[in-house]
Structures are given as C-alpha cells and as structure tokens.
Design a protein around this ligand. Sequence first.
Ligand SMILES: NC(=O)c1ccc[n+]([C@@H]2O[C@H](COP(=O)([O-])OP(=O)(O)OC[C@H]3O[C@@H](n4cnc5c(N)ncnc54)[C@H](OP(=O)(O)O)[C@@H]3O)[C@@H](O)[C@H]2O)c1
Length: 364
Amino acid sequence: MTAWTLTSSGLTLSPSSSSSATCSASGTAQPTLTGTNLLLRITYAALNPVDLHILRLFPHWLPFRRNPTPGFDFCGRIVAAGPAAVDSNEFAVGDIVCGALGAGDVFWGKGSLAEYLIVDSSLVAKKPKTWGGPNGQEVVTGEEAVGLFGIAGQTAVLMVQTAGVLRETEWKGKRCLVNGASGGVGSILVQILKGKEAQEVWGTTGSEEGEELVRRCGGEVINYKSHSPVTEHLTTLFGDTEDKKLDFIFDCAGSQKMFSHSPGYLKAEGKFISIVGGASQGVVPYIRNKLRPVWLGGTPREFHLLLLIPGKKTVGEVGELIKEGVIKRGVVDGVWEMEELVKAYERLGSGRAKGKVVVRVSRG
Ligand SMILES: NC(=O)c1ccc[n+]([C@@H]2O[C@H](COP(=O)([O-])OP(=O)(O)OC[C@H]3O[C@@H](n4cnc5c(N)ncnc54)[C@H](OP(=O)(O)O)[C@@H]3O)[C@@H](O)[C@H]2O)c1
C-alpha cells in the first residue's frame, strides 16, 4: 500500500531541502481482523494543527514509533470487518465511514495518511449520503466529510456540549462569540450555534476571505485587524448593560487577553470555552484561568480548557447534526494529492487556512 512515513527528525516543510517524510509503496498481506476492528481503504485524510505539534515534538526514532505514519482524520470504505463489528449490524463491508484516530494511535505511528488503516468501530460514523434540512438532495462528498467527522468537527461538538445548554430551545436567547471563526473548528462551530438558533453568533477573523466564510456559515463578522485591540471593540459592542453581554465565548484562536478582559463583555454567569493551550500546552493557562482565585488577580468568569478524545459520543453527534440540517456544509480550504503532502502541511502551517486542508489518499 501507499503510505507516508517519517524518516528523519524535525519539521522539514520545504520539498527542496531534505524531506522529513517519504511516501512509499509496499506490499502487505491483508490482516485478520478481530473484535470490533474495521479495515478501511482510505480515500481522504484531513490535517490539523496538532499534526504539526506531533511532527515537532515526537521524533521518528523513538523505540515505540519506528517509521511512523502521521495523520488523525480519515474517510474511507470498509473492506473487511472483525466478527464483533459484523454482529453489531451497525457497519457492513462497503460502507463509507469517517472519524479521527485517538492520540495514542498516532503517537504509536498508526496515522491516517495511508491507503489502508485498521480502526476500532467506536471511532467511526457512517458518512451520510446527502445533507439534511433544506439541502436534502445535495451529496455530502468525502472531502467535506473528512473534516466534519475528524478532529475539527468533533471538537466543535465538544465545545457546544461543554456549554451545557441542555434544552435545545434555550439556545434561542443566547449571544455567542467564536474567536477564530474561519478555521477548521470555528467554521463548524459557527454553523452548529446558528443551526441551534442561538440569538446572535459572532465570529472573529482577520481577512476578507475569512469574513466571507464566517457569513456563509451564518455568523456576523468582527474583523480583529480593523478593530484593534479587539477586546475594546467587544466592550463597545456588548458592554453597555449586563443584558447585552455575551453568554458564551468559544476561543479557537487562544487569546489570554480576551479572557482577562472578558468581564467587560461576558455575562457574570457566562462561560469562556477554550481549546488552545498555547506554548505551555495548557498547564499555565489552566492554572492561571481556572485555579487562580479572584483575590489573587484571577478573572471572575468560568473558564474551560478542553482536550478532545475522539469517540462515539462526538463522532456520532456530527452525523446527527448533519442529518438534522444543523451543519449545512463542509468547509474545505483545498484538496492536495497524496504526493503533495508537504505543500498541504505548508498551507496548514501558515495558520491562514480557511476551513480544512484535505489530502486525497486514494480514489477509493
Ligand atoms: N484542545 C483540543 O482538543 C483541540 C482540538 C482541535 C484544535 N485545537 C486547537 O485549536 C486551534 C484551532 O484549530 P483549527 O483546526 O481551527 O485551526 P486552523 O484551521 O489552522 O485555523 C486557522 C484560522 O485561524 C484564524 N486565526 C489565526 N489567528 C487568529 C486570531 N488571532 N484571531 C482570530 N482568528 C485567527 C485564521 O483566520 P484569519 O487569517 O482570518 O485570522 C485561519 O482561518 C489550534 O490551535 C488547534 O491546535 C485544539
């Protein structure tokens, strides 16, 4: 099969200098599947910022990850299934499924940038054939689905679940802000909040393409470059009275300043939900924002720092939200061929991708 494997240390993103990865073809016998495992022929993989962290932080020569294959998100066709997966009647050979691998798998070197992949059925959901709601006739393509069911879509779902709005109707009165709304996670989050009929959904971006994308996903735009510092602009927009303040801030860009100034525009009972730990990988922001009491200078607002563990609860919910017409589109920044992976990583590493960076692994 064809797969990318890391063969030297570090992050080498230039194809002209020594490459940190190779794409190779090798013959492998079809494995015998046990339990709830599925053997997939991968059609698409999608990239995430965490891929770059793993390339930087975990060398290829560690004893437990010899010539590792990178990549979390996948979409592919089931070519064989373990006995328990078949017995459950949930999946059948030929189904197209999507999902994201757990961090353990990828640390060990079993990534999705490979033509064939064995995954546990608890990590996948069937790709819906068509969109729900008003777009009911339109086909959901594999390149759209791979990001929605992958790390980005599942993280967006986890953020919404963390908001703790238990009754769907309660979203109606809520004012929400998504910081980093034009990225992989943010563009899905805006759709979910809008689809659940939150009263207002605002999204920050710093570019014209980002503005267009946030509007297409149903959000109202705040351009953080035209309104700098953005925290002052937020106070002007939402700070007049407690009633006008935001109920939720979903931070997909990692802004400590936005949290520290949040009493100016986030309700006293509001929640600040972040997924970005920064260079400290979350330890410092967690202690500063979650554990530091107000009398020691802490910010008097509820702070959550999330870490996605992909699984049934989140991957299944993505499928439900598509069927219900809450998620209406997959936002794809671009599709790169398998041989162009380095270029795809460069686009991801620019930090400016609008939606998901997708790699076509095989033609199915
Ligand atoms: N904790 C978890 O479990 C978890 C899971 C998934 C992702 N993450 C983290 O969440 C972050 C977002 O992930 P992603 O996949 O959405 O990334 P992404 O797709 O690479 O996000 C790129 C987008 O971020 C926007 N952006 C960059 N700086 C910004 C700023 N200061 N303010 C507002 N927008 C900004 C850019 O838009 P403009 O150019 O228009 O500004 C660009 O469209 C990453 O740091 C990732 O590591 C964490």
